[in-house]
Design a protein around this ligand. Structure first.
Ligand code: NAD
Length: 295
């Protein structure tokens, strides 16, 4: 391995510590801590684990956690009522509705019902539009975490060639917009792109957000490039437990790249750290306070 291993776990821990400190100061000023409400509908085990991790991180960040667990049979109207109540609840600065929602519920409608000022996931169309227009808003946590790692690794991204593989609304598209706002030259590649290997070979920065195990090979990587692997894929193993791998063939890519995120321990922990950061920022804005520094 020649590449530097980017330690997302350590970066995330440092951010969460700064958030906790700032959240305690916020509580001293206003008489209550920043608050994050989570909404889990149904019993998807992966979603339940994510929500539990987010609740634990919220408490560790000296913030208030309001957990709402609803049965999969809840109606869309009931869920919209809950979102409305959380919008009106002064103790709640951030609202996170865990996706996916049951099929009978219109996800877009639920996201659009969240107060954009409390939309700490950054999925509301208004926040997505503000990012597109280069205006202040709340930005999706995973791409925000990737950008944080890239800037810590590279400093200025101005003029660098960046390739984002994947164009989802929650990762690929906002990632491309963030890189553009940092003056990188951005290419968005996706399932219909021709000769993906050749596109990736030009990149100083590669962000892979595809959901295909080890699709990006070592010989696609330009020597010295910085590789951010968003993918989380479980592949089968002989012991039946399975193993997590990213969208990048790690060992191959690490032999060529300048720096690379591992899976797990790279982007994943940053996503939760950025959720804490977004909740803190939302609380400050709602209270009319200046933005917390260094976050
Ligand atoms: P998605 O399924 O919504 O989007 C995948 C994108 O990949 C699509 O835009 C598609 O065009 C592109 N794609 C599919 N096959 C391709 C191919 N052969 N070549 C090039 N592009 C191709 O997925 P998503 O929600 O953006 O998530 C992507 C991955 O990131 C998944 O593995 C997911 O688990 C992971 N993820 C991780 C975190 C984290 O916190 N680390 C957060 C969100 C998503």
């Amino acid at each position: 391995m020649t590449a530097r291993r980017i330690d997302g776990k350590a970066s995330a821990a440092a951010i969460r510590e700064r958030v906790a400190q700032s959240a305690a100061e916020f509580a001293d000023r206003i008489g209550r801590p920043p608050g994050l409400a989570t909404v889990l509908v149904g019993e998807d085990p992966a979603s339940a684990v994510y929500v539990r991790m987010k609740g634990k991180a919220t408490a560790e960040a000296s913030m208030a956690s309001f957990a709402h667990v609803l049965p999969a049979t809840i109606s869309e109207a009931e869920l919209l009522d809950l979102v409305g109540a959380l919008n009106d609840d002064e103790r709640v600065d951030g609202i996170l509705v865990q996706l996916p929602l049951p099929k009978a519920i219109d996800t877009e409608k639920v996201i659009a019902a969240i107060d954009p000022a409390k939309d700490v996931d950054g999925f509301h169309p208004l926040n997505q539009g503000r990012l597109f227009a280069g205006l202040e808003g709340l930005v999706a946590c995973t791409p925000l975490g990737c950008l944080h790692l890239l800037k810590a690794e590279l400093g200025s991204l101005a003029g660098l060639d960046a390739v984002v593989i994947g164009r989802s609304n929650i990762v690929g598209k906002p990632m491309a917009m963030l890189l553009l706002s940092e003056n990188a030259t951005v290419t968005m590649a996706h399932s219909k792109s021709r000769d993906l290997a050749a596109i990736v070979r030009r990149a100083d920065i590669v962000v892979a957000a595809v959901g295909r195990p080890e699709m990006v090979r070592g010989d696609w990587i330009k020597p010295g490039a910085t590789v951010i692997d968003v993918g989380i894929n479980r592949i089968p193993t002989d012991d039946g437990k399975g193993r997590l791998v990213g969208d990048v063939a790690f060992d191959e890519a690490a032999a060529v790249a300048g720096a690379i995120t591992p899976v797990p321990g790279g982007v994943g922990p940053m996503t939760i750290a950025m959720l804490m950061r977004n909740t803190l920022v939302a609380a400050h804005r709602r209270a009319g306070f200046a933005e917390p520094e260094d976050l």
